[in-house]
Design a protein around this ligand. Structure first.
Ligand SMILES: [Cu+2]
Length: 309
């Protein structure tokens, strides 16, 4: 699994946020050490001695009071200025068509590329070195999109579209998560951003834009038929087959994804079978029902999904 550290940023906007964070951490550390140091010094230096009289109390000290009013005011003003600059650096420029539209659902992400007519889920492919404009929406409750190494953190609110810039300077897989508690499986609402060279990205996008693969495999065709009969198609879309419901993730190219259930398990044939047989055993409370399928149905459905490259 790739790691995701706020200290290892890969975009100008994430870098700006990280620098501001480190600066405020540094300033806070200095103030903390100063206060604790002075308290410790006073405790030791002015500790009571046997037979000593009480010291005379001191009231007011204008110079000191002016100093400790002005110093924090200057620090706060400075931080305010830097925060405004950072916000400017991380906000997208004035309205332009979105490159990717991401909608948060309990507990997965719907990902659309409107210009290329591509729909996928939980894994966002992007070309390296390009500032992409992302629209964020909430499909049911409030979610929050956060990929710390690449972009700022942003709420996904039902009925309101938010925007952010997504950029990666190096190819790789960057992890993110929902950062706004949204119900039982909030912790397993993970997202991957897969940054690729422009050529790799283009061929991925072309493959995703095609309808579902057609195979001659008997088991896979049996699975396709069961998919329609078993009401899978009342929740899932598979491009080019007439299944176009959007309650759950689009499955047109499910076999091309790394994970299932928004990152909870790797996408292998065995795991796919476990998921279809009973998704609740893997992701408790998930909004896909346990359809009590026979082993034969599970096998056929897995053969079908594995063909959906
Ligand atoms: Cu959440």
């Amino acid at each position: 699994m790739p790691v995701s550290s706020v200290f290892d940023t890969h975009s100008p906007q994430a870098g700006a946020i990280s620098r501001l964070f480190l600066l405020s951490l540094g300033i806070s550390a200095i103030i903390f050490l100063l206060v604790v140091g002075l308290v410790l010094y006073a405790i030791v230096r002015y500790r009571g001695q046997p037979g000593q009289e009480d010291p005379t109390p001191v009231f007011g000290m204008r110079h000191l009071e002016i100093a400790w009013t002005i110093a924090p005011a200057v620090i706060l003003l400075g931080m305010f200025g830097l925060t405004v600059t950072t916000m400017r650096a991380t906000n997208p420029p004035a309205a332009k068509e979105a490159d990717i539209v991401i909608t948060g659902y309990q507990w997965w992400w719907d990902v659309r590329y409107p210009q290329a007519h591509v729909v996928t889920a939980n894994e966002i492919h992007i070309p390296v070195g390009k500032q992409l404009r992302i629209e964020l929406k909430g499909g049911d409750v409030i979610h929050d999109f956060w990929v710390p190494q690449l972009a700022r953190k942003m709420d996904m609110v039902p009925g309101h579209t938010n925007e952010l810039l997504l950029f990666a300077d190096t190819p790789g897989t960057y992890l993110g998560a929902c950062a706004e508690y949204c119900g039982t499986q909030h912790a397993w609402m993970r997202i991957q951003v897969i940054a690729q060279s422009q050529a790799e990205f283009d061929s991925w996008q072309q493959a995703q834009a095609r309808g579902a693969a057609v195979t001659a495999d008997a088991a896979a065709n049996q699975g396709a038929q069961r998919f329609r009969q078993l009401t899978c198609s009342s929740c899932h879309a598979i491009g080019g087959t007439g299944a176009n419901a959007q309650v759950g993730p689009d499955l047109t190219h499910i076999a091309s994804r790394n994970t299932l259930g928004a990152g909870i398990i790797e996408n292998t044939p065995d795991n796919l079978a476990r998921w279809i047989a009973n998704p609740h055993a893997i992701k408790q409370g998930v909004l896909m029902p346990n359809l009590q399928l026979s082993d034969a149905d599970v096998r056929a459905l897995v053969a079908y999904m594995e063909a959906l490259k």
